[in-house]
Design a binder for this molecule. Structure first.
Ligand code: 5RP
Length: 290
């Protein structure tokens, strides 16, 4: 039995004072259940509402690409600067130390590689997602692809159904096929379709007119970095995306293929969370890398 000695009766009920109102910092998330909100709050910093996700899932289609030959050597030193890690379950279980305690956005679909047709993907089992304590599942959508569009939309739909059962958010990742125009109309359409089908986060690319893409998407949009750019240009890309309404970045090559990856992720972090200009962030990059 609990110790009842000196059990004090409550007296501080503040009768007449309204219950505290709680605000939620993730776009479109106010009506989600507690578990979803908790997981999204691990990814999106409650102070800024933004995130720096580090993407290193590229190997699932392209093997040991430049910068990811030895994830134990190249990525592990960057983990402390990332808000969230995006990777495959194979790398998570074999290379990422569980005591880093960072939220994981798990690449949750796979099926083909760069050697064949991309996007003919199937989904991971939700039980494995739960076992790995994942904070979000990432699923690719190939909008406009005459062969794989329906299959990838169905994958997102199933992921959202499974995720809703256990309060695990889903990130829709908009693929870009060779035949698709990389403009605001296309990315706006693809992003909105992700959100309409239940994605809690959308990952897409920055483009001219991105403010319309972000405005018309009812959940947070994070941008991929795309191919490696000179560091100053990559920081400009981050700055413009954040200014135009992105809630963060999910960046890979522009970090891990940088001449100084640790300095680069710190500079990206400063743009995303501290609103540094690209010039200020580039100075930080040079200082941190020296
Ligand atoms: C592709 C992905 C990759 O993780 C992502 O695009 C890689 O990021 P980056 O373009 O910045 O290297 O989701 O589907």
């Amino acid at each position: 039995m609990a110790d009842l000695d000196d059990l004090r009766e409550g007296s501080n009920f503040e009768i007449g004072m309204a219950a505290g109102q709680q605000e939620y910092h993730v776009k479109g998330g106010a009506n989600l259940p507690w578990g979803m909100k908790d997981r999204l709050s691990r990814i999106f910093n409650p102070k800024t509402g933004r995130t720096v996700m580090l993407a290193f899932d590229h190997g699932f289609i392209m093997g040991p690409t430049s910068g990811l030959e030895r994830i134990d050597l190249s990525i592990i030193p960057l983990i402390e600067y990332a808000d969230c890690l995006m990777c495959t379950r194979g790398i998570l279980q074999s290379v990422i130390p569980p005591n880093t305690n960072k939220p994981i956005c798990l690449r949750s679909d796979a099926g083909t590689t760069i050697l064949t047709e991309l996007n003919d993907n199937v989904l991971i089992d939700i039980e494995d997602v739960i076992r790995m304590n994942v904070s979000a599942m990432a699923v690719m959508l190939s909008i406009g692809d005459p062969v794989f569009e329906a299959k990838t939309v169905a994958n997102l739909y199933k992921a959202v159904d499974m995720g809703s059962r256990y309060n695990i958010p889903v990130m829709g990742v908009t693929a870009v096929g060779k035949q698709m125009t990389r403009d605001a109309r296309y990315f706006g359409l693809a992003s909105r379709i992700c959100a309409e089908n239940g994605a809690n986060i959308v990952k897409t690319y920055y483009c001219e007119g991105f403010e319309k893409v972000a405005a018309a998407c009812p959940v947070p949009v994070v941008i991929a970095g795309g191919k490696k750019l000179p560091e100053k240009e990559a920081l400009e890309l981050c700055y413009k995306a954040i200014n135009d309404g992105a809630s963060g970045v999910d960046m890979g090559r522009n970090v891990f293929q940088s001449t100084s990856p640790a300095a680069m992720i710190q500079a990206v972090h400063a743009v995303v969370h501290n609103n540094l200009t690209p010039e200020q962030a580039y100075e930080l990059f040079k200082e941190a890398g020296s």
